[in-house]
Design a protein around this ligand. Structure first.
Ligand SMILES: NC(=O)c1ccc[n+]([C@@H]2O[C@H](COP(=O)([O-])OP(=O)(O)OC[C@H]3O[C@@H](n4cnc5c(N)ncnc54)[C@H](OP(=O)(O)O)[C@@H]3O)[C@@H](O)[C@H]2O)c1
Length: 376
């Protein structure tokens, strides 16, 4: 295993050089990998493995869009596509990629088919770490591990097709066969990971839940809203407020940060912006740090997992979710964003009438550019 220096801390990582695809194929040559669930992660992981020469089948409930999608993607009913229980029976490695809530529901069925020597694979530490809440307690004579791609299943697939690789973490919870390390790393390589870094189930889920509630999704929307509201309250137009809050960040600055780091981005902006950013970032850190600590503690206390289990298992979950998303979508900030997106030159030809068709957007557009008819 390679040891790499991450900002002064040495960590174990597995790279494709030391564990090439040929080795993964060798490790998995006698296995049947059953990907259970064909939602977001399922397609990316199943297709990448299939194209990497792994013997993979899909288990998915019938009469659903996901079943149809699996067929469109080339899985054949009765040959490589089965009802969940049948796939569980056939598979020697069970990739449990149902939604986290569905994993709890289906667990008694899965457990029944986890016979000695099989492996149970997750892409999240949730079910095992919070097993008092989920009831997911695997038998002792199976391997249990995870590979968690650090991104969406869609990105995993896209990057695979582009010849790139998303990085993933891996963890072993139970090594019953003595082969858990080879099995998990082989799977990690086969699903298209660029490299794999080591973690454990608890750390994976704590960091993941913190990240998505924090800077990746929750905190970022909170900061967007706060700055946008201040700019609007001080008399700035929606277009100005949106551009200075979101558009410039996503379109111009973040790709540069992704490529070169924050110091490079600071070094390559105006001296005025540079001075201000250097003066203000620590204030934002200090103000938000207590909130991040509260968030982490809520995750570690099992409150976030319980809340997610409770809300996701309600019958009207999807309707309630849609109401909340609608509120976000219809907020002035994101309506302004819709118009701003439609004004991007690359979107104008394909979608040149979209802004005018939508009366709310047109209203905003009027406020922003004066005459909506001039757009497109
Ligand atoms: N989303 C991501 O990109 C991502 C990233 C990293 C890790 N993960 C992890 O990967 C795992 C899978 O996540 P995901 O986002 O791919 O899940 P998802 O898209 O929500 O998965 C939906 C799958 O679960 C099935 N399902 C839902 N309810 C069911 C039920 N009651 N009975 C049987 N099947 C049911 C769906 O079938 P139908 O279509 O028939 O409803 C579909 O196959 C999770 O552990 C997640 O934390 C996800």
């Amino acid at each position: 295993m390679a040891q790499l220096n991450f900002g002064g801390v040495t960590e174990n990582v597995v790279t494709r050089e030391e564990f090439p695809l040929s080795k993964a194929q060798q490790v998995l040559k006698n296995e049947t990998v059953a990907v259970i669930g064909y939602g977001v992660q399922g397609p990316g992981q199943a297709l990448n493995q299939k194209e990497n020469g792994i013997n993979v089948i899909v288990g998915q409930r019938k009469n659903s869009k996901s079943w149809e999608k699996a067929i469109r993607d080339g899985f054949v009913p009765g040959e490589t596509l089965f009802e969940i229980e049948e796939a569980l029976q056939i598979g020697t490695i069970i990739c449990y990629l149902l939604s986290d809530a569905a994993q709890i529901k289906m667990w008694p069925t899965v457990k029944k088919h986890l016979t000695k020597g099989k492996a149970l694979y997750f892409s999240h530490g949730f079910g095992i770490t919070f097993n008092e809440q989920t009831g997911i307690i695997p038998p002792k004579d199976v391997d249990v591990f995870l590979v968690a791609p650090k991104g969406s299943g869609t990105s995993l697939r896209r990057m695979f097709l582009q010849g790139r690789g998303l990085n993933s973490s891996y963890a072993i919870y139970q090594d019953a066969t003595g082969k858990a390390f080879d099995r998990v790393v082989a799977l990690g390589i086969a699903i298209g990971s660029g490299y794999l870094f080591e973690t454990d189930f608890k750390k994976e889920v704590y960091s993941d839940l913190t990240g998505e509630r924090g800077t990746l999704m929750g905190a970022i929307q909170g900061i967007f809203a706060a700055q946008y509201e201040v700019l609007r309250a001080k008399g700035h137009t929606p277009s100005e407020a949106f551009n200075e809050t979101v558009e410039e960040l996503t379109q111009s600055l973040m790709p540069l940060v992704a490529e070169n780091g924050m110091d490079w981005m600071y070094a390559n902006c105006s001296t005025t912006a540079q001075r201000g950013a250097l003066d203000w970032w620590k204030k934002f850190r200090d103000v938000t740090k207590p909130v991040f600590t509260e968030l982490y503690e809520s995750v570690a206390a099992g409150k976030e997992s319980q809340r997610s289990i409770d809300s996701n298992s309600q019958a009207d979950y999807r309707e309630k979710l849609e109401e909340e998303l609608k509120a976000l979508r219809e907020s002035e900030l994101w309506q302004a964003g819709k118009t701003v997106r439609s004004l991007r030159p690359e979107n104008q030809k394909a979608d040149d009438t979209a802004a005018q068709k939508d009366s709310k957007t047109a209203e905003l557009l009027k406020k922003m550019v004066g005459n909506p008819e001039s757009v497109g």
